[in-house]
Design a protein around this ligand. Structure first.
Ligand SMILES: [Zn+2]
Ligand SMILES: [Zn+2]
Length: 296
């Protein structure tokens, strides 16, 4: 079953034409619990990984506070997202590549205390014999190991919220408040950028934006992937919970089985319900990546 976000309840660009140049397309992945095969697009599913390529292991340092005991053996990265170009033609695939794979090490790393992501772009027809996806490291925390989900990608338009340039924010905030008074719709929660796991668009920041700079060319990197803990919250579900998962009239999503299952389909808990944001530099040919993490 595909998933559809309703059109915004008001026309954002008619009300705020100043936002038009800031519109971006995001691909909501809409993960839902399932049993994806290695040929499917998935969150937390088995990967189409070439037999001839070793499974990636973590070469980072792990925080002692996260792990009571020293690790036995190598820590395999765990699958986070696998996405076929066929399922998301709007995603920023490099020329000649049609498969995106993002994995992470399911332990805390560095000053951000978060999983360490790694990005692979492949050509799927070059993968003949497949290396089985290994089980996650036995001591790794379940909150960092996504449960298998199938995907239902959908492209939506977004406008900046945390990323609203300061001058524009000052210009529009009174009109945002007026709109909320008149209609109940909050620009930030209901109209701007989509919650949940998504490709492109604006990062689903929980705190103030932090855009990494490319280490090679020093330009601000592009947002590739947001992995959020929640697909919606008590405010955002009103506009962002897809039609297919919505509760009946007068019901809250918490009263409704399908809506409830859609809130945290991958069973992740990133800090205190935060998100991990993966960036890449599309100006540099090898597409260097970086990441940021925040939570409430
Ligand atoms: Zn690690
Ligand atoms: Zn660069």
């Amino acid at each position: 079953m595909s998933r559809h976000t309703l059109p915004r309840p008001v026309n954002v660009e008619d009300l705020f034409p100043e936002l038009r140049p800031w519109r971006k397309e995001a691909i909501r992945l809409h993960p839902r619990p399932g049993n994806p095969s290695l040929h499917d697009s998935s969150v937390g599913g088995p990967l189409l990984w070439p037999e001839g390529e070793p499974w990636p292991v973590c070469d980072g340092d792990h925080d002692d506070r996260d792990t009571q005991e020293p690790h036995e053996g190598e820590v395999y990265l765990v699958p986070v997202v696998q996405l076929h170009q066929d399922h998301a033609p709007d995603a920023p695939f490099p020329a000649g590549r049609d498969l995106l794979q993002v994995l992470w090490c399911p332990y805390d790393h560095g000053e951000l205390h978060c999983p360490l992501p790694r990005v692979y772009w492949r050509t799927s027809h070059e993968v003949h014999r497949v290396r089985p996806t290994p089980s996650p490291h036995a001591e790794a925390s379940e909150r960092y190991i996504p449960d298998p989900c199938t995907l239902h990608p959908e492209t939506v338009s977004e406008y900046p919220s945390g990323d609203l340039p300061e001058g524009l924010d000052d210009l529009l905030c009174v009109r945002f408040d007026q709109l909320e008074q008149d209609t109940g719709w909050s620009y930030q929660y209901h109209l701007s950028d989509a919650p949940g796991i998504k490709i492109g668009g604006y990062p689903g920041w929980t705190q103030d934006p932090v855009w990494p700079e490319c280490g090679s060319c020093e330009q601000t990197m592009d947002h590739l992937l947001t992995v959020s803990t929640w697909e919606y919250d008590a405010a955002s579900w009103h506009t962002w919970l897809p039609v297919e998962d919505r509760p009946g009239d007068g019901e809250e999503p918490w009263d409704h089985e399908r809506a409830r299952a859609a809130q945290n389909p991958a069973g992740l808990m990133l800090g205190d319900a935060g998100g991990l944001y993966v960036f890449e530099c599309r100006s540099c040919p090898d597409r260097p990546t970086d990441h940021w993490f925040d939570c409430s």
